[in-house]
Design a protein around this ligand. Sequence first.
Ligand code: ADP
Ligand code: ZN
Ligand code: MG
Length: 471
Amino acid sequence: MSKTYYTTIGLEVHAELHTNRKMFCGCKNDPDQEQPNTNVCPVCMAHPGTLPVPNKQAIEHVIRVGLALGGAIADFSEFDRKNYFYPDIPKGYQISQYKYPIVTGGEVAGVAITRVHLEEDTANSKHDRGAFSLVDFNRAGVPLMELVTEPVIHSAKQAGDFGRELQLLFRYLGVSEANMEKGQMRVELNISVSDDPEKFGTKVEVKNINSFRAVERAAECEIARMTALLEDGKGDEIVQETRGWDENKQATFSQRKKENSQDYRYFPDPDIPKMRLHEAFNLDALRDGLPELPTEKRVRYVDNFGIKSEDIEVYIADMTLATWFEGVAGALTDKDQIKIASNFIVSDILGFLKKDATLQLPDTTSFSTVVKMYTENKLSSRAVKDLLLIMMSQSIDPETYAQEHGMIQQNDEGPVKEMLAKLIEAHPSVVADYKSGKENALMFFVGQVMKESKGSANPAMVKKLLLEMLG
Ligand code: ADP
Ligand code: ZN
Ligand code: MG
């Protein structure tokens, strides 16, 4: 009998904040600057005798995150020095926060948040230049927010879902682009497996993860590795350590034994004044100024539009598309039309955009006209798709265009009956197939009529007439 194993996960998430200036100096905070060592000054290059001045916009961003996730905003807060030696941090310490983070508590996607604090990003070291290592200071001193969760996540999927929801929240708040591939959002995975529901197992921390998919894969790998060791009675081989994620091998590997927080000799930075956040910021105004958040938007979409939850998630993830969709919905008359519109958007329009990046969303008025024509049986779904593709590369009046190009659906029975009569006469063997039980034979006739009518016949009507005529 194999035992039950319990997985516990806590995440540490870093996000580079979107601000005009760096955290403690006047340098531009520009993640797109590719020329090394351009946005630099004596402060962020750690020249002796320079003094840091905190960036109020960065602190405000963290406060807004705290308000959005329902955490408590500290009144007293301060910056600390986290001491360690590495070429990407030539001061010999990173300015961070230890005892008095800006935010404590709160919750995202059902996961309890421990804290959110502010620190400075380090420089970027490049080790791929042969005998040399180079250091680029453009990133040094960029405001970096760190969010830590409680150890309350219990599966790989839940970890990935939490990360995606957090990314959405940061984007809605406009505090970070939070692009994982660009390193603007970095997730460290703390994970343990135990055979005792009352006790946590030994945790390992996995770094260098650069997608949400990789968060899930790394968690799955560690669950499998640690479970196997426990199964074999080798639980003591699980050691507290930092592991890396190898994207090519899709595997984790041991990097180093984890340092304790004592090793960093944290102490308050004597160069930076203490902060009284409740005095320095108008928290009520900041709370009132929060935008509609993803959770709120989901509720509104369910209530107002009655569309599928998969569709809703597509809009939740893409603010531009959501705004455009709301424009479309506003031009339609009822939920049925909105549902139809959403189906065309998610299965056709987005498909076209994916295949051809030069295409654009059609304007909301034209698109809503097309949806209305479809619900009035004036356009077949085939014709809608054709029209949409045209509307996405040129500006047309869909009604005029459809008329001029014979795309208006014919609901007149007369001409279709005539076509069918001729077809039936010309293809006795297909009729015989049908009579001998091959239902598919009908589709041959429907297809021929659609072809002859250049797609303008109403296929449901064609089928109905055909059944009548074949008796
Ligand atoms: P450390 O001092 O090693 O950095 P912390 O207590 O600060 O550890 O926790 C860091 C992260 O690890 C947090 O997200 C926390 O929820 C998580 N964590 C702590 N203990 C465990 C455990 N046994 N298993 C999984 N995650 C854990
Ligand atoms: Zn600077
Ligand atoms: Mg820690």
